[in-house]
Design a protein around this ligand. Structure first.
Ligand SMILES: O=P(O)(O)OC[C@H]1O[C@@H](O)[C@H](O)[C@@H](O)[C@@H]1O
Length: 239
């Protein structure tokens, strides 16, 4: 157990994919499927888990496409948000990956991590305010599919970030907006993240505590990005 004095905090801001639901794995597989097809045509080695954690994890969709392509020395035009899935543009590649993600979600559904569900229950009983802060434009769909939407007083997702022109993680803007919507001081709020980009966002926003959940990014990388504590599952911080 990692001791967290929950009486020091009024709110908890949870990332979604990889923190509350195992959807990071679905995202990672969908990214690999799309990028591997793209890279094969350019005689480049396949997309690896290390590529995912370093360049894509936690970031808004098109930021992830650009960051990974840049790491391979490839630049594509942005194109338009409604580009077809076969367009060789940043948006086209993102749309292709999104179709793969949604196909798996529709086919398999999703349930929360059991330990995450236990922490949500415990915090709800304590009366702690809770929000979801996700870069994903699919966050509300995933929350509904997992049956946990009602646990959260507010959700700030990729759609909200676009509407309000908020910079994506690793910038702190989406977390700060959630704190504002909840009416809490960031110093009295906890950020829970599995991606180094998200941990860095929590640190940059000067939140009271940043909990890193190691789902593959690695404890050293999460600590290096600014996590105060790193756990492997969320029942380690149950009140
Ligand atoms: O493509 P979406 O659903 O808008 O999601 C964007 C990103 O959302 C983040 O939550 C995931 O960690 C990333 O893997 C994903 O790429």
């Amino acid at each position: 157990m990692v001791p967290v004095d929950w009486s020091d905090f009024d709110a908890v801001l949870f990332d979604l994919d990889g923190v509350l639901t195992p959807t990071a794995q679905i995202h990672r597989t969908a990214w690999a499927q799309m990028f591997d097809a793209f890279l094969a045509g350019r005689e480049q080695p396949p997309f690896t888990d290390a590529d995912y954690f370093a360049h894509v994890d936690g970031r808004p969709r098109t930021d992830g496409v650009r960051a990974f392509l840049a790491s391979r020395g490839v630049t594509l035009p942005d194109g338009e948000p409604d580009d077809p899935e076969d367009a060789e543009t940043v948006n086209g590649l993102g749309n292709r990956k999104n179709a793969a993600f949604n196909a798996v979600l529709a086919r398999d559904g999703i349930a929360p991590y059991p330990a995450s569900a236990r922490l949500l229950d415990a915090l709800r009983r304590r009366g702690t305010a809770m929000a979801v802060v996700s870069s994903s434009r699919n966050a509300r769909l995933v929350l509904d599919a997992a049956g946990i939407s009602d646990d959260f007083a507010c959700v700030v997702d990729g759609e909200d970030a676009a509407t309000h022109q908020l910079a994506g993680k690793p910038a702190p803007d989406t977390f700060l907006r959630a704190a504002e919507l909840l009416g809490v001081d960031p110093a009295r709020a906890v950020v829970v993240e599995d991606a180094t980009s998200g941990v860095a966002a929590g640190r940059a926003g000067r939140f009271g505590l940043v909990i890193g959940v190691d789902r593959g990014a690695g404890a050293a990388a999460l600590t290096g990005a600014g996590a105060d504590v790193v756990v492997t599952d969320l029942d380690e911080v149950l009140p």
